[in-house]
Design a protein around this ligand. Structure first.
Ligand code: CU
Length: 172
């Protein structure tokens, strides 16, 4: 039997989501040693329950969701950015307004190439952490789910530059 390379196998044999493998197919995958690669390729694509956990591995952000580069900003996302020079000049916005009583998403666009930043929200300056993105060098796009928060004034900063990159988060 002629063996196929893993790449050819994943490309050719990727089944439709939801279709279970026959015993014969399983044996074939096992025989070419491509089961692991096949699982890695198919599970995330299927997006079924549990797939995310199984796909998570080394390199996955420990800070939570929202750091995947291919993730996009939802329509009601709140945008904020860090441009080149942000370490000295701050975020491109020093005030954000968010809705009270329901979760919302911060969309943080770090376009500061080679410079690490993050977005972190606190109850107040030096207060309790509400949520933060991973510290990563730009260019990187991150999202952060926050809330629900009670109406009031909160604090956000970049944890790398907490004296220059700061702002007020107004929840109303
Ligand atoms: Cu920073």
């Amino acid at each position: 039997m002629k063996l196929r390379g893993p790449t050819a196998a994943t490309g050719r044999y990727m089944p439709d989501c939801g279709r279970s493998l026959s015993r014969r197919e399983l044996l074939r995958y096992a025989s070419i040693g491509a089961v692991g690669l096949w699982l890695a390729a198919v599970l995330p694509a299927c997006g079924g329950e549990g797939a995310e956990e199984q796909a998570a591995g080394p390199g996955t952000s420990p800070v939570g969701p929202g750091t995947s580069p291919e993730e996009s900003c939802p329509p009601d996302g709140i945008a904020i950015g860090a441009s080149p020079g942000a370490a000295a000049n701050g975020f491109d916005r020093t005030e954000l307004v968010a809705p009270a009583g329901r979760p919302f998403t911060i969309c943080f666009d770090n376009t500061d190439t080679g410079v690490p930043h993050n977005f972190a929200a606190y109850t107040e300056q030096g207060g309790d952490l509400l949520g933060r993105t991973e510290i990563q060098s730009g260019p990187v796009f991150q999202t952060l789910r926050l809330g629900p928060l009670e109406a009031g004034e909160y604090w956000y900063q970049c944890d790398v530059h907490p004296t220059t990159m700061t702002g007020r988060l107004i929840v109303s």
